[in-house]
Design a protein. Structure first.
Length: 759
């Protein structure tokens, strides 16, 4: 179905002259990381500025924003991101024949900077190039711009802390924006997945309302519920736009569970088909934005339930979805009550008994088998495929074989099957009703099977077809999104594997329950044959990709150097790797190490890395020149004012990246030269981290005003240079091939400069 949807998208964009192959050609020319301020980053900025199209019909204005500022809590409540001379490219478009200015605009947004050790081809350069190609398409097709305008935003800094979107959302340009469509990626291309929507943005999804066959966009309501609930931190540019009160939509290029910031994030992992799918999605939104009135785009619904299934994208208003839920529930409960009122209580008890047995056996055997297989599978490169095959075998063959073996099919009447189907449908209806009551977009995941099961429940025919549909619907979400999402959570929470182990059997239990009546209607051998066929098909449809490709097993957190002694910090995402890989490796190299419970497990080596086992030239003294820190104290009107200046004019850092940690002994007020209107607060005895990125040679001033003249503030400055010693490269080369470290950095002392300021 994905291939058909992509082919349809390619045909759709071709009618407007959208050239996905041109985007891919441009993408392949950027083969180096583009961390903010680096030479390759500057090449990208100049490329976008030089390729803004012109039009004889439309007014296309390019705004090259350059500014400084501070964003509180952009990534962490205890950390603020500061920036100097940050840049962003904003292009406004309007049709002067229909409007005097760009107003009520739909804004497309993406970033083109990358992690410092990844080319970031998918995350998120290809999306920025797609926006540029869309802008070309609009310039060539003025009819795509209606009374309301369009804004195309290409951000130069997201990976370092959302500075680019903060610069844009604090600029006057957003005053004329009504909704933001933010384009992101997980790091390997793929079709766009709708992952989040805000209250005022649902109306802008009008092109995809109802049932859309072969829609270019994919997605599951579960993604919206996960991100909006905060289970996975949604720290993307969208969070900055929402702080400005803008309606937002999020679409993420997602494929096979690959995650961001790995060396797999290359042009080779992205395809023209994926680009066409994004382009087709964007063009559909643009056409709707052009033709619909502002009133039609506004809705009071906080979200809308949506689901991708069987090649279709389904998005329904809450009122209609709730009506369908009530209808499905009424059908199933009516059949059950009819059996009870007809004195068929034995049949009803039998149906509920079998349903309970199927649910329990599915959940228990599935959970047990997945739990038992989790730790051994963690040691394998091909993690997901064997685990899913075992789970499918258990959840399909186990309960079905049990029920078919215990119940003789010749004693099972069509009434039993109809009742059994209604029990399964009732379960789906109840879960759908609960989701609808909580306004969870996941509601359609359970509503669609409930409706599918209502047909055989009423007519007594089509059990096999309806139950297979219900199984496919849940399977589609279970293995296409849930596992990938929790795989990402596993980056930060090691218990995610246990959550996945629990979700697999629980989410599969209801489809299996709906499948049992159809199998009972058959004789034992055909029933088992059908179950075996489903298992075989399931094995081939489960996403086959390497576990190590989905999540980096190891992250190099940093390399600290003090007095010619190196401290290497490696963060392992899999506990089994520590004792089975790193401990023997470090022992063989003669490197001392300690363990600590940081980021699952942290390994530190506090001795020079040059050993007999590492046959490389000892690391030469660093030539890195850190920023200069100046601290002055003054007493004004009963308050102590501490002025802190970070001067990078003599530093040889390409992007003035440094961190300042302030810890006052009493509450204080914080001001900065980066934004004269900014007034922050520093709680007593709590550390506040100010992470800065900006133009080389910047001078930044902070002013800390303590409540009294007796207060103190601890000032710590640290800086980073993206240089890795040869010995560290040698150490990384000794790691097994499927372990994928993706961070390379040298941090020169978290306490490079520490001064306590007294009265």
């Amino acid at each position: 179905m994905d291939d058909l949807a992509i082919q349809h998208a390619q045909q759709s964009v071709a009618t407007f002259g959208f050239d996905a192959e041109r985007v891919m050609g441009q993408l392949q020319s950027f083969d180096k990381p583009r961390e903010w301020g680096t030479p390759s980053w500057r090449v990208a900025v100049d490329f976008f500025l030089a390729n803004i199209p012109t039009s004889n019909v439309l007014v296309i204005e390019t705004h090259h924003l350059v500014g400084s500022g501070i964003a509180d809590g952009s990534l962490d409540d205890d950390m603020s991101n500061c920036y100097s001379d940050m840049e962003a490219i904003v292009v406004t478009v309007h049709n002067p024949a229909l409007a005097n200015a760009c107003q009520n605009a739909l804004m497309l947004s993406a970033h083109f900077d990358s992690h410092y050790n990844s080319t970031g081809s998918s995350d998120d350069l290809v999306q920025s190039l797609t926006i540029l190609e869309t802008l070309r398409t609009v310039a060539a097709n003025p009819s795509l711009v209606g009374k309301d305008g369009l804004v195309f935003t290409m951000l130069s800094a997201e990976e370092t802390g959302l500075e680019g979107s903060h610069l844009v959302r604090t600029s006057p340009l957003v005053a004329n924006v009504s909704v933001v469509f933010n384009l992101e990626a997980m790091g390997a291309g793929g079709r766009p997945h709708l992952t989040a929507q805000s209250k005022a943005s649902v109306g802008h999804l009008r092109p995809f309302r109802g049932v859309t066959p072969l829609a270019p966009i994919n997605g599951h309501g579960l993604a919206h519920d996960i991100f909006t609930s905060g289970v996975i931190s949604s720290d993307t540019d969208t969070s900055q736009y929402r702080k400005a009160g803008l309606a937002t939509l999020d679409a993420v290029m997602l494929k096979n569970g690959y995650i961001y910031h790995t060396r797999d994030d290359s042009a080779a992992m992205t395809s023209a088909g994926s680009v066409a799918a994004v382009g087709a999605t964007v063009l559909e939104l643009l056409k709707s934005h052009c033709s619909d009135s502002t009133k039609a785009k506004t809705t009071a619904d906080p979200s809308a339930p949506y689901e991708s299934a069987l090649g279709m994208f389904v998005l329904l208003p809450w009122g209609f979805a709730s009506l369908l839920t009530v209808g499905a529930f009424s059908v199933h409960i009516a059949i059950i009550l009819h059996n009870l009122m007809s004195s068929n209580w034995k049949k009803t008890v039998w149906a509920f008994g079998v349903a309970l047995a199927v649910l329990l056996s599915t959940a228990l055997t599935g959970a047990l088998l997945v739990y038992l297989s989790t730790r051994p599978m963690l040691r394998l490169s091909w993690y997901l495929r064997p685990s899913f095959v075992l789970t499918a075998t258990t959840t399909l063959l186990g309960p079905v074989t049990l029920v078919v073996g215990l119940v003789r099919p010749r004693h099972v009447t069509r009434g039993h099957l109809r009742l059994m189907t209604s029990v399964a449908g009732l379960g789906f209806s109840l879960v759908a009703a609960l989701c609808a009551r909580l306004h969870m977009a996941t509601a359609l995941l359970f509503l669609l099977p409930a409706l599918a099961l209502a047909v055989p429940a009423v007519t007594g025919y089509g059990n096999v077809l309806a139950t297979l549909v219900s199984f496919v619907l849940v399977h589609n979400v279970l293995f296409d999104l849930v596992i990938e999402s929790f795989g990402c959570i596993g980056l930060y929470e090691v218990k995610a594997d246990l959550i996945v182990s629990a979700l697999i059997p629980l989410l599969t239990a209801l489809p299996i329950l709906s499948l049992v009546p159809a199998l009972l209607f058959l004789k034992p051998k055909p029933a088992l044959a059908l179950a075996a066929l489903l298992c075989l098909l399931g094995c081939f449809t489960f996403t086959p990709f390497k576990y190590s490709d989905a999540r980096p097993a190891t992250v190099l957190m940093g390399h600290y150097r003090e007095d010619d002694v190196d401290t290497v910090q490696l963060c392992s995402m899999r506990l089994t790797d520590v004792d089975e890989i790193y401990v023997p490796l470090f022992q063989s190299l003669g490197i001392a190490f300690t363990k600590s419970d940081v980021c699952d497990l942290l390994i530190e080596s506090k001795r020079p890395l040059h050993t007999a086992a590492l046959d490389v030239v000892p690391t030469a003294p660093s030539t890195f020149i850190p920023p200069e820190l100046k601290v002055a104290t003054d007493l004004v009107s009963g308050h102590k004012i501490v002025t802190i200046v970070v001067d990078t004019t003599a530093s040889n850092s390409v992007n003035a990246r440094w961190g300042l940690i302030l810890t006052p002994t009493e509450s204080a007020v914080l001001r900065t030269s980066l934004d004269e209107s900014y007034v922050g607060t520093l709680p007593a005895d709590e550390a506040k981290t100010l992470m800065h990125v900006g133009a080389a040679g910047s001078i930044v001033t902070f002013e800390v005003e303590l409540d009294s003249i007796y207060g103190e503030v601890t000032v710590s400055l640290y800086s980073r240079s993206p240089v890795i010693p040869p010995a560290m490269d040698e150490l990384l080369a000794r790691l097994p091939g499927w372990v994928r470290p993706f961070g390379k950095s040298v941090q020169y002392g978290p306490d490079l400069f520490v001064e306590r300021v007294h009265a």
